[in-house]
Design a binder for this molecule. Structure first.
Ligand SMILES: [Zn+2]
Length: 614
């Protein structure tokens, strides 16, 4: 570094440039013309993308995702499935063999880029399977826009995962991650994760998509259909307008979403209903005996959106489409593509609640799913448990809606396979370890925060997080910032233990000594993660008395929680393994006592937490 650079460096440090700068986000506008050869399962595409660089950085390259290039034998996704074997995603295997390796030549997925231009001048590009790097002729300066035009053709792959043709449920085309999509650029740099099966990340964008397809098809999509009078399925008064090739053109628009997805089938039925104060819901599916639960699911879906709107924040877009796509369930902008057949009503609603939930935690709070998958899957799972508990209350009352997640976490920790949630989504050694780190630990992250700070405080945190970060790209640091600010607590220690490590919580009632009118209790921290401790006493005359023992690291204690009132005892320093205190109840007065009557604490061995006094 030369002298003037050193000076510049100090100047920048003094001005605060060495820190993360002000928040920005990139923006794209897509205009597409798609011409589908339905019989051949191919399409030709043209698009114009107006891309705005709101970052403080000059961009000399841009990247695109070409996801469908993964669907062929020998692809990175295939290699990963083969090398992970039994530990990998079972949905990508048949009899232990990667289903990607068996795709016939004529059904290999492809996105073949013919050319790409910037302001009408050809650009050099290089494709590494699912990532295309494009060198700009004119570097893109901060706070300026540029226009890319491109042409390509694509082969719709056999449906292995999410996208594809002729799937098991008989849907002709599930068109997801189907167009060359510009990658996200943010403070983390370009999000150029190879597609090997996991999640997606993208800049917010406006879409105008014209899809020309055989006039007999009906399309379900996440967006607003601009010409429902000219196509099948949506309007009673429609007069299908076909061209000389017998194709109709579907005109879709969507504003400020991450990803435009659609599906097409000749046997779709379109149904709609409107959530009071909420979006218009579209069901696009093959109506049959196998899909009979779709009809009965409608009031549940309505209730789901209403609960999310009050628990977290208002859904932002005008509509949401549940489209039978024939594989699993995957969230896209204003839509989900999901399995439609069989299941119980609860199973179908569960899937809709999960995928619909992603429109909040993923689409509106658009976190980077490859880097921090626990944020979108975990937060979504948290609302799944909460809302499914309300939609389908258990026959026997349970202490909280998260009991089954807590129990499966406990069981999993005993298998020795756990990996930290901080790992990149695609890089877990074990598929089950990914699921637990992401879905379960992500959900329990919020359950533990509710326990630490109190449920009402957590609810304020969630609403503020939504409010501040809707239609943006938050990170866990942004969430933690708000959680600390609202609770007044230091929570960095918890965040670190829970996300960056696989250490576990384990407290116990170690020793009890009864005096005449008092009882002295010694608690023990047997685990590796320190936590504040809630302690309760059930008296013989059925009174509940609650205590909280704050952890010194939080620097304060909770002021409310589901217990109602409680007494606050002295801090428990995290370095101290045992904690002794005395309560004003003798042996004859106590019926039971112990740690965390709410059963929210993710203690891996809760057996020694509660003591019944005989
Ligand atoms: Zn999910």
């Amino acid at each position: 570094m030369n002298k003037s650079l050193v000076l510049l460096f100090f100047l920048m440090a003094a001005l605060g440039f060495a820190q993360q700068g002000p928040y920005y986000q990139q923006f794209a506008k897509y205009k597409m013309d798609i011409d589908v050869d339905a019989a051949g399962f191919t399409y030709n595409g043209k698009q114009t993308i107006t891309y705005t660089n709101n970052s403080p950085d000059e961009l000399k390259v841009v990247y695109f995702h070409l996801y469908w290039n993964a669907f062929k034998p020998g692809s990175m996704m295939d290699q990963r499935v083969a090398s992970q074997g039994k530990n990998g995603d079972s949905r990508l295997q048949r009899n232990g063999i990667s289903t990607l390796s068996t795709i016939p030549k004529d059904q290999e997925g492809a996105q073949n880029i013919h050319w790409i231009k910037q302001n009408d001048k050809d650009l050099k590009f290089e494709i590494q399977e699912t990532i295309m790097k494009v060198e700009l002729n004119t570097p893109l300066q901060p706070n300026t826009s540029t226009t890319f035009t491109m042409e390509w053709d694509a082969v719709i792959p056999e449906q292995i995962r999410r996208a594809g043709r002729n799937n098991r449920e008989g849907i002709d085309m599930t068109m997801t991650q189907w167009y060359p999509k510009i990658a996200e650029y943010d403070y983390d740099g370009w999000a150029t994760f190879d597609y090997i099966g996991r999640e997606f990340h993208a800049p917010f964008a406006d879409f105008e998509v014209n899809i020309k397809i055989d006039k007999d098809y009906i399309i379900g999509a996440g967006g607003t259909l601009m010409n429902e009078n000219e196509v099948r399925g949506y309007s009673r008064n429609a007069v299908v307008k076909a061209d000389d090739q017998n194709k109709a053109t579907w005109r879709w628009t969507a504003k400020n979403i991450l990803d435009f997805a659609w599906a097409a089938d000749r046997d779709y039925t379109v149904e709609t209903f409107t959530v009071p104060d909420g979006p218009k819901i579209y069901y696009v599916y093959q109506k049959s005996e196998k899909t009979s639960h779709w009809e009965t699911s409608k009031p549940y879906v309505t209730k789901f959106f209403q609960l999310m709107n009050t628990d977290l924040g208002r859904y932002i877009y005008p509509s949401y489409a549940f489209v039978q796509g024939g594989d699993g369930g995957m969230e896209y902008g204003m839509a989900t593509m999901m399995l439609g057949e069989g299941r119980t009503l609860e199973g179908l609603v569960g899937l809709m609640v999960h995928e619909g939930g992603h429109s909040y935690n993923q689409q509106i709070l658009a976190t980077n799913e490859s880097m921090r998958p626990w944020l979108d899957e975990g937060f979504t799972s948290y609302y799944d448990s909460k809302i499914m508990h309300q939609l389908f209350p258990p026959e026997q009352p349970v202490p909280n809606p998260f009991m089954s997640s807590l129990q499966s976490y406990r069981n999993f920790t005993k298998r020795g396979l756990e990996e930290p949630a901080v790992w990149l989504g695609d890089h877990h050694d074990h598929g089950t370890a990914y699921s637990f780190a992401t879905y379960v630990k992500g959900e329990l992250y919020l359950v533990q925060l509710g326990y630490i700070m109190g449920e009402e405080t957590l609810s304020l945190v969630m609403k503020e997080f939504y409010n501040q970060w809707k239609l943006k790209h938050p990170t866990d640091r942004d969430f933690l910032h708000i959680a600390q600010k609202i609770s007044g607590m230091d929570l960095k220690w918890f965040h670190h233990y829970w996300i960056n490590t696989t250490k576990t919580i384990d407290y116990a009632v170690k020793h009890v000594e009864h005096g005449e009118n008092t009882t002295t209790i010694t608690l023990q921290n047997k685990g590796d993660v320190p936590m504040p401790v809630d302690f309760s006493v059930l008296t013989r005359d059925k009174k509940l008395v609650h205590y909280q023992i704050p952890l010194n690291m939080t620097r304060t204690w909770k002021s409310e929680d589901i217990y109602g009132s409680f007494k606050t005892l002295a801090y428990w320093p995290w370095t101290q393994k045992e904690y002794t205190f005395t309560i004003p109840y003798g042996k004859d007065e106590i019926s039971a006592m112990g740690i965390d009557f709410s059963q929210r604490l993710a203690d891996v061995d809760p057996e020694d937490n509660i003591l019944e006094i005989k």
